[in-house]
Structures are given as C-alpha cells and as structure tokens.
Design a protein around this ligand. Sequence first.
Ligand SMILES: Nc1nc2c(c(=O)[nH]1)N[C@H]1C(S)=C(S)[C@@H](COP(=O)(O)O)O[C@H]1N2
Ligand SMILES: [Mo]
Length: 355
Amino acid sequence: MVRRSSGLTARLGLMLGAAFGICFLTGVLSHYIQHPPGWFRWPSRPVQLYRITQGVHVATGLACFPLLTAKVWSVYPKLFARPPVRGVLHGLERLSIALLSGAALFELVTGLLNIAYWYGAMPFGFIGAHYWTAWLAIGALLLHVAVKLPVARQPVPAPDKAGRRSVLVLAAVTVGVITLAFLGQTVRPLRRVALLAPRLPDVGPQGLPVNKTASAAGVTRVDDGYRLTVVGPDARHALTLADLDQLPQYTVSLPISCVEGWSAGAEWTGVRVADLLKMVGGNGRVRVDSLQRTPGYGSSILEPGQARDPLTLLALRVGGEPLHLDHGYPCRLIAPNRPGALQTKWVSGLTVMST
Ligand SMILES: Nc1nc2c(c(=O)[nH]1)N[C@H]1C(S)=C(S)[C@@H](COP(=O)(O)O)O[C@H]1N2
Ligand SMILES: [Mo]
C-alpha cells in the first residue's frame, strides 16, 4: 500500500516547482520573441537556441501533468478536510492551491489543444489566454510557497519510504513515457512512439511537416506576374524569380522550430536577405510580407542583426528542389534561432523600416 505522506508531497512539490518554473520561463521567453516589448532583444545565435528552449517548454509543460496528478493524489484527503478554512493563512493556502491547479490545468489543456490545432475548442484567443494564465499560475505558486514556508521549515514526519519511492517512480516513469512520445516528433529514431505528435518530422511534402497549407492561406497560384518588392531608404526594386536566381545562392542547414514543440531540420538554398538589403540601403528592422490572404502570421519582423545575419536567407529551394507551394513557393524566410511562426512563407516583399 502506498501511503500519502508530507515528505512525498514536499518532494513532488519540488519537482513540480522546477518543471513549472522552467516551463514558465521558457514560455515567457517564447512570447517575448514573438511579441517583443521595446526593450527586448533576441540574438540570431546560437542557431539552435530557440529549438531547445521551445522543446524544453513543451516537454516540461507535459511533465507537469503526471507530477500535478501525483501531488494532488498525495494530499487528496486534506482537500475535503473540515472546516474548509481554518484561518487567514489556511484560507490563503487553499486559495493558492485552487488557483494554481486550475491555472495549471488550463495551461496544459490549452497547450495540448494548440498542438492539436483544435482552436474550435477554445472560444478565446489562445495566445493571450495561455500567456496571462501563466502569470496567474506563477503568482499562485509564489503565494503557495510563501504560505507553506513556515510549514516546510518544520521537521517532516518520517515518511513511508517504500511507498514514497513507488509514487515517485510512477510519476517519473509517466514523465519519461510522455517525454518520449513528445520527442518522437523531433528525434527521428523515436518517431514510432510519437503518440503526442500530430506532425512528424518527415511526413509532409519534401519530408517536412506543413503547418499552414497554401490553400489555408489563400495562396492558390503563383504565376509569372510574381515580383518580390524590396524597399529601403535608397531604392525600391521589384524582382522576378529569374532575378532572384541570378543572385549568389547560399545553402544553410537550419531547423523549423515551431512553438508547438516540433522541429525539423533541412537544407535551404536561396538568396541572402543581407544581399537584398544592400540593394536598397538602410540598417533598421525589416518587415517581411507574404502573399497570404487570411489572418495569422502573414508577415513578420526581422531585428536589424537577424536581417543581416549571413545565415538568414530568402530560400528558393529545400533539399535541392524548388519549394513546394505548401512550404512557401516561390520563396520563404529561413533564419537562425527564430520561431517557426516567424519563418514567413510565400514572401512578397521586404521593407526596411525607419525605426
Ligand atoms: N505566411 C505564412 N508563413 C508561415 C506560417 C503562416 O501561417 N503563414 N506559419 C508559420 C509556422 S507557425 C511554422 S511552424 C512554419 C512551418 O513551415 P512549414 O509549413 O514549411 O513546415 O511556417 C511559418 N510560416
Ligand atoms: Mo508554428
């Protein structure tokens, strides 16, 4: 029989706190990269950094689920203790638990719905709700730790060691299984166990997953009338695909790292954004526009340094072939250390911004 004990609860609490803290920090980071406040700067190197921080965000978020379940189980009888509130401190503690578990569950469910593209199940904006609830949860967590500190300092009654171990092992195994099922969407040898992955790294045209298809973006046909407009303080150009092919071509190996946690590396070939910018002058941020007709990720902003990084390309090819329409034909942005959502497909223009 596994016994509940305050030692177990405390141990689970530490694991949960660590997973939750890392998930929170990597999540806020991801939010700032995609919605940068004025003071925020995100470098274009190390190349794989966002791939790692976002993978860690989704993995730690998933790990919170078995840990939270085990933690709630370990205190379960106390949740129904009478009287429900025994004083101010106890009231605060219960409030923090209610807020924290509610918010954590909300984050997990909305995160999973986002991974599954089930936006219909969320009658609110996913990004804002997921972001602000994270602050609510971290606030509740701090409140919880604060009211629990006096208790945590007291000597813990001798726990039932064997029982405690088996719950911890069960929680750890569950975390391991979930992590494997999650990693399978990025680490190819694990793809057979990728149960939590709606997109596999090698399923899709040209061996790459597709997040938004061309038809979902309202891009049905790209004809000979296509021009890439490049606009800066000194000049304005309208380039045909043949013009782009005439420019020096470079090949880089960079991943698409989606906020949903999957990532896939590929070899991209195309024109350096820096070379295009030299034709029009300016040194500010760069707006990348696309042919997309529907809302959501139709344009993105490159920081000055990222725009001029030699690895930042307007890719015309992937794996040596012209881009599939779903991967952004005739050309797409591919830049180092950048969230997938900002690797704009079907690019129609680059504009150097004045500020
Ligand atoms: N114009 C445009 N570009 C876009 C998107 C989009 O919706 N519209 N989706 C982005 C997202 S969220 C990701 S993860 C990557 C995926 O690229 P892929 O579909 O070629 O794998 O494209 C990005 N580029
Ligand atoms: Mo994405």
